[in-house]
Design a binder for this molecule. Structure first.
Ligand code: AMP
Ligand code: ZN
Length: 463
């Protein structure tokens, strides 16, 4: 499989460090609010990547962090007058419910920043040993980019420009160079109760150190893939790389991949512009997670994607066509054993794999799928499909759906509010709060859902 590497600016063969096993880190949500569908474009791109790697027979270990301490979470918790964890918990629950609504496969690990403060402190101590960290007058700790000559190699920055520009603004800062970034922020009044002890006094970690410490903990000091939206490239990913490589002296990540933005009328969908929809907003207008998934997955990840309700209507029409085709095949196949699929289906599966292997060519992969539907409908019209052929095409579609995740209808998917309650019940059980777990089960039951325990964890069934 070949992918575009932001570090080398080339499409390259993706060769895992450990043969057959891809270790991959994804920058996750800041849990101070509901994620918007622009964020989900990034998570769906990463899900497509994950599922494609598995389709090609690779084992995947994926880590997605939860940023549960930063300026926004602290501001929110203080405004609500609640401890940080209680403030972020409902947004964490909502996030996991949304992932299920969008059929995004779970990552192997979801580390939260506040559970990894000691790892961050240890990493900052290593950076002091290497002479790249320093303490400013207010007690905050900064990364000295002048001591890391490779700074800028990921975002392809002109170092000269960075330093010259930095000199102009320098006086406003308490740091040696305006482009230096915080590893640890000293406590101030705005932080209230939210602070941790460190060898450098009370405070909290910077955002970039969170990702470096957690990725190295779960994936090792050098790993294969690191992804995010293009806005993460600089400074966030540049800073993650600088911290890791300055501390270890080893290459941090082989391949960096970034998706382009979801845009609305030409502008990035973002909280700050106010031009955003959450998944809940879209569901409230009567669209399904499956329709949203198809609308978000269909464009190549390096092209910006325009969000509109017209696009969701188009996704709905495409799904109806796919459902009708599968229903025709199912009616014919009954319980017949699968044969070898007919040539028009085999060709489509080959084209699908070729397209995805070429830097996740999803548009061509979907074109192959719809060519299959056209050819299949024609063959069905001409009575040229035997029951065993129909069964074989259904099995083939199920293989494609391991990547696509939208062919199988979602009739049994519970609404996000119910899934959030289910998550809350799991959390209560985990902390042995049986009364609360029981209360949540009753609340779920009162709304017509039954909890079913399966080997993959609890699920909701319509009662
Ligand atoms: P944040 O919670 O802002 O750190 O963003 C979480 C993820 O969503 C990051 O990978 C961002 O790059 C990505 N992201 C944010 N806005 C958009 C957007 N409009 N389109 C695509 N990805 C986005
Ligand atoms: Zn990150």
């Amino acid at each position: 499989m070949r992918v575009f590497n932001s570090l080398t600016q080339r499409v390259e063969e993706l060769l895992p460090i450990e043969p057959g096993h891809v270790r991959f880190y994804t920058c996750g949500p800041t849990v101070y609010n509901f994620a918007h569908i622009g964020n989900y474009r990034a998570y769906i791109f990463e899900d497509l990547l994950r599922r494609t790697l598995k389709y090609f027979g690779l084992r995947v270990t994926q880590v997605m962090n939860l940023t549960d301490v930063d300026d926004k979470t602290i501001r929110g918790a203080r405004a609500a007058g609640t401890p940080l964890k209680s403030f972020t918990q409902p947004y964490r629950d909502a996030f996991f419910a949304d992932l299920r609504t969008l059929a995004i496969e779970p990552a192997e690990h979801y580390p939260a920043a506040t559970d990894h403060i000691p790892e961050m402190i240890a990493l900052i101590a290593r950076l002091f040993e290497k002479g790249v960290a320093y303490r400013s007058a207010d007690g905050s700790i900064y990364f000295r980019i002048a001591a890391f000559p490779e700074y800028g190699k990921l975002a392809h920055l002109d170092r000269g420009g960075l330093q010259a520009g930095a000199r102009v603004a320098q006086d406003e800062y308490d740091k040696e160079n305006a482009a230096d970034f915080a590893l640890w922020k000293a406590w101030d009044e705005q932080d209230g109760e939210i602070a941790w002890d460190s060898p450098w006094g009370r405070g909290r970690p910077g955002w970039h150190i969170e990702c470096t410490a957690m990725s190295m903990k779960y994936l090792g000091e050098s790993f294969d893939l690191h992804t995010g939206g293009i806005d993460n490239l600089f400074p966030h990913h540049e800073d993650e790389l600088a911290q890791a490589e300055a501390a270890t002296g080893k290459p941090f990540v082989r391949t960096w991949m970034h998706c382009a933005h979801l845009v609305v009328e030409g502008r990035k969908m973002s909280k700050s512009l106010g031009n955003f929809y959450t998944l809940r907003d879209v569901l409230a207008r009567g669209y399904s997670g499956r329709e949203m998934r198809l609308a978000l997955i269909g464009a190549h990840y390096r092209q910006s994607l325009d969000f509109s309700f017209v696009a969701l209507d188009a996704a709905r029409a495409s799904l109806q066509r796919l459902d009708a085709f599968r229903a025709r095949l199912a009616g014919l196949a009954a319980d017949k054993a699968a044969a070898v699929p007919p040539p028009w289906a085999v060709q489509a599966e080959t084209a699908f794999g070729v397209a995805l292997a070429d830097d996740l060519g999803i548009a061509e992969a979907l074109a192959a799928l719809f060519t299959l539907v056209t050819a299949g409908n024609r063959a069905l019209d001409a009575n040229q499909v035997a029951p065993a052929d129909a069964a074989a095409v259904l099995a083939l579609l199920a293989r494609l759906d391991a990547v696509l995740g939208f062919l199988e209808p979602e009739a049994t998917v519970a609404p996000p509010e119910m899934l959030a309650l289910l998550d809350a019940r799991q959390a209560a059980r985990k902390s042995k709060n049986w009364a609360e777990a029981d209360r949540l089960r009753q609340e779920i039951a009162a709304q017509g859902w039954v909890i079913e325990d399966t080997p993959k964890g609890p699920r909701l069934k319509k009662g």
